[in-house]
Design a protein around this ligand. Structure first.
Ligand code: NAI
Ligand code: PYR
Ligand code: MG
Length: 371
């Protein structure tokens, strides 16, 4: 198969869909790879490394989209990229469709085979192609939150860990999944006081076993959430209902009663966000203030540490890239129910139920398109 890798064009997005090592794997199995000139050059992966791995370099995204049977990317296709997709072309990337009607309509119109990293499941449960980026974003959320608690960035002027004789800050983490557990690890490292909430008691049990009385765990209900958020200096939003728009757990009224200069990091913003006051921001302009509370809502946080993130992402995606290239989409999805869960839009139909429900499309089960 001819596999294409365009340069990412989202704001401050320097990740790349395939590393030279992944290109090497594809070429070793008889595939051809087209990489757009400079796709990895900002993160120490120059064109020469791709050529050494067996790729051909082309000058423009147009050439990649026109020639490749499968496009491997990182972020959801931007409008200019959607316009270049073709019928039956495979698109393998993050999509986050439920909160994004325009992108969904464009993918439906394209009649391409659109497989979302974030809804591919794993044999042991979980979302293995989302997990590496959630690890990155969860760890970064505490760095970003701590920085924005500084006065010069709009925060209340608080050092998370405190100092001897001065109390530490209070970090509240909503959602104890991959983002939440990684945020927790970093928050504990700063010396902050940490509270973590989830609806899933097993997740809270696991964290309690690791951290004991160093943290507080709370079953997430409206009252517990409100009390925690109102006493927080930094709140991390890391909830997920896979494929669906994030539930708006923190209302505008709660935000208006938070401490002045507190900081919210809404990691779940790529699924629409779990704070009523959130809207997506970019690395170029990452924050805005509502009722005196700083909101950091960058939808592609791992793009800031693009080198680490590119390798972490490829570790998780390459097996599926090889299966799609080797078997074609019908057989690869037919053989592997976990990869099949990634199919969100296919030949003009919405094949992921939560996306169809969120955006008012008829739902077409993936299975019915595989014969
Ligand atoms: N902004 C960015 O750059 C990035 C955003 N993300 C996003 O972060 C979000 C979280 O991802 P993961 O941690 O991997 O998901 P996960 O599935 O590992 O964890 C989500 C957790 O939310 C919990 N949850 C669901 N409903 C809840 C509720 N009402 N109250 C409390 N907890 C609830 C679940 O029980 C689960 O433990 C996703 O939307 C993901 O796409 C991930 C990576 C980068
Ligand atoms: C998961 C995601 O949206 C990201 O890594 O940018
Ligand atoms: Mg997004």
């Amino acid at each position: 198969m001819l596999v294409g890798v365009p340069t990412e064009i989202k704001n401050n997005e320097y990740r790349v869909g395939l590393t030279p090592a992944s290109v090497h794997e594809l070429v070793a199995q008889g595939h051809q790879v087209l990489v757009q000139q400079g796709a990895g050059s900002e993160i120490g992966l120059p064109d020469a490394q791709y050529v050494a791995a067996g790729a051909s370099i082309v000058g423009s995204a147009q050439e990649v989209f026109a020639q490749a049977a499968m496009i491997v990317k990182v972020k959801e296709p931007q409008a200019a990229e959607c316009a270049m997709l073709r019928e039956d072309q495979i698109l393998f990337t993050y999509l986050h469709l439920a909160p994004d009607p325009d992108q969904t309509a464009a993918l439906v119109r394209s009649r391409a085979i659109c497989i979302a990293y974030e809804t591919v499941t794993g044999p042991g449960g979980g979302l293995p192609l989302l997990a590496p980026m959630s690890e990155v974003a969860g760890r970064m959320s505490i760095q970003a939150g701590a920085a924005h608690l500084e006065k010069s960035r709009g925060g209340m002027g608080l050092l998370l860990g405190g100092v001897p004789g001065v109390a530490a800050g209070h970090v509240v983490i909503i959602g104890a999944g991959v983002v939440g557990a990684n945020a927790l690890q970093m928050a504990v490292g700063t010396g902050a006081r940490v509270t973590v909430l989830d609806k899933n008691l097993d997740r809270l049990r696991q964290l309690d076993l690791v951290y004991g009385n160093r943290i507080a765990t709370l079953h997430s209900n409206a009252q517990a959430l409100e009390e925690a958020v109102l006493s927080a200096d930094l709140v991390i939003g890391g909830v997920l209902v896979p494929g669906a728009a994030a539930p708006k757990l923190v209302t505008r009224s709660m935000v208006s009663r938070m401490k002045q200069g507190a900081v919210i990091v809404d990691v779940a913003i790529d699924q629409g966000g779990c704070f009523e006051t959130s809207h997506a921001t970019t690395h170029a302009d990452p924050t805005f203030v509502v009722d005196g509370v700083v909101h950091y809502c960058v939808a592609n946080m791992p793009g800031a540490v693009a080198r680490t993130s590119t390798f972490a992402l490829n570790n998780a995606t390459i097996g599926h890239v090889l299966a799609l290239a080797g078997k074609g989409w019908r057989r690869a999805l037919g053989d592997d129910p976990h990869l099949r869960h990634g199919l969100n839009v296919c030949q003009g139909k919405v094949t992921f139920e939560a996306v169809a429900q969120a955006l008012g499309y008829d739902y077409m089960p993936a299975e019915s398109l595989l014969d």
